[in-house]
Design a protein around this ligand. Sequence first.
Ligand code: FAD
Length: 394
Amino acid sequence: QRFSVVVVGAGPAGLTVGSILRAASVDCLVLETETREFIEQRPRAGVIEEWAVHGLEKRGLARNLLDRAELHTACEFRFDGERYRFPYGELTGSHHFVYPQPLLVTDLVREYADVRGGAIRFGVRDVHVHDADTDRPWVSYICPGTGELQVVHCDFVAGCDGARGVSRAALPPERVRIARHDYGIGWLALLAEAPPSTDCVLFGCHERGFAGQMPRSPEVTRYYLQCPPGDDVENWPHERVWSELRERLGAAGVPPLAEGRLIEKRVLDMHDYVVEPMAHGRLFLAGDAAHLVAPIAAKGMNLALHDAFLLGDALVAWLTTGDGSGLDGYAQACLRRVWDYQEFSQWLSEVYHGTAAGDPFRAGTALARLRRLFTSPTAAAAFAEQYLGTAARY
Ligand code: FAD
């Protein structure tokens, strides 16, 4: 078999790259270890930045999103027993889109495979990228069902297989630098079958630990509770979850939380990494395969889309006109935004978690950062830009 591009991984990054290639009639194959049903239901992100939606729209990938996404123009911090609404829409004229990741992935698979006729194999095993440093790379995988080994020759490989993928391993270790940061904390990530108790994202900065509420839809709400890293979800029965959420998100005059059945419960260990360079020969990494940013500032999927726009456009330019400038500058162009978002997430982590650090100095400075957002218009404007991802021209 031969395709111009093999895309490893059918997440937001891989499917966006594939859809951009298909729109330019480039033949490509997407390989995915899970089933279509699984990836269309895997709950994760929900907050998409305005520039990312425009990027999808420009490439014909945002029709359903624009019809169905909710627009968010404010978030609310709760600390010191009070609530503080932060109207970032009024400050900047910009907003967030809230559109659950499974809906976006469903739209992207449909567009790539059913509308644009892209080839995709689900349920594959043992994917390996070979000879990435030559101009004839190839990818091998085992077919589901038959167990047969398949070999696909190609011009380029897009490694979009997320944090646990295999394409990163095809980079020679002596040429790669992996920068890591471990926050030393965990977040219990929850999905509740309940409407959000307010119309916006809530951040509770409490001495018992951080708590967050992220509306996903009128029926489902995401919550987070800070917990020890590696904590066992069995330590978090229904009653304990809701009592901690009530405590940490409590403030004078707030409506009670709308409680409901917990349909997802998992512990995320908060850490970040960045792989540099993001490319080796004909292999280009995109999204979580190249950089993970803890979901503190809801940035990961946005970065995955940013990479995918740049990589998709650069591959099309090379394959259709021989213009290699996009591929040459790809990693550098991605990494400017990646590092900016990593820095903001680290800054925000101290705001969220400083009050519970057991260190009165860190608690004092975390509260000072919070108060500054509501007393200094300059600090508020700077925060809004970072939070919305409009801070800089990258
Ligand atoms: P993935 O979505 O991980 O896709 C990779 C794909 O590759 C998967 O389908 C996987 O099955 C497949 N795969 C893996 N290994 C192989 C292999 N060997 N061969 C073939 N295929 C393979 N981000 C935001 O921007 N906003 C948010 O609000 C937000 N909230 C989040 C909440 C949670 C609880 C979590 C966990 C993450 C959140 N994120 C958020 C981050 C976001 O979900 C990720 O950054 C995003 O999914 C990255 O997309 P991707 O395409 O790079 O990788």
